[in-house]
Structures are given as C-alpha cells and as structure tokens.
Design a protein around this ligand. Structure first.
Ligand code: FES
Length: 93
C-alpha cells in the first residue's frame, strides 16, 4: 500500500535557480534519478507508482527551495518537514 507521499529521497531540500515562465516537473514519488525533478520513472510498471509529478511554473527568475525528502505538505517546496527525526534517520549520509 502506497502512502500519498513518495519515498524519502534525501534529508535536505534542493536549491535550484528557475527561469520565469518555465515549467518544472517536481518528482513526488522519490524514484527519479534526476532529483528533485521527474525523469518519468513513475511510469515504470515495475514500481507500481500511483503518484504523479507536480508541475511548477516559475513566476519569476530566482532560486527556489524544492523539497527533496518528498514528505512536504507544501509540494513542491520544502516546508521543514525534513527536519523530523525519522526523516533524518532514514538517510545516513
Ligand atoms: Fe522535504 Fe524540506 S526537504 S520538507
């Protein structure tokens, strides 16, 4: 049974410079190899992933802080949830 949050990918957010008007697909499942963005891995039937990426169109050119633990409630952005002990403990690096 899948939760509505993806698998924990990292224990910290990812800063990325986005370009105004450009569309970005944030990986919500945690399986992409192009984190924090989607690489279509969720389509692989082997993983049986029901989550879909979250589209973000940058309203301005600047650095955004994307969630990379995949547990945020403000997807695709970091809301500090990664500071929880169980998330920090899940990734040891
Ligand atoms: Fe996911 Fe901060 S990286 S809430």
């Amino acid at each position: 049974m899948q939760s509505n949050k993806g698998k924990i990918y990292d224990k910290k957010p990812f800063k990325f410079n986005c370009i105004k008007g450009k569309s970005y697909m944030w990986c919500s499942c945690g399986w992409s190899k192009s984190q924090p963005f989607c690489d279509q891995t969720h389509r692989n039937p082997h993983y049986r992933i029901t989550m879909r990426p979250v589209r973000f169109i940058a309203p301005e050119t600047k650095e955004y802080i994307f969630c990379n633990c995949k547990q945020s409630s403000k997807r695709p952005f970091c809301d500090g949830t990664h500071k929880r002990e169980e998330i920090q403990a899940a990734i040891r690096s």
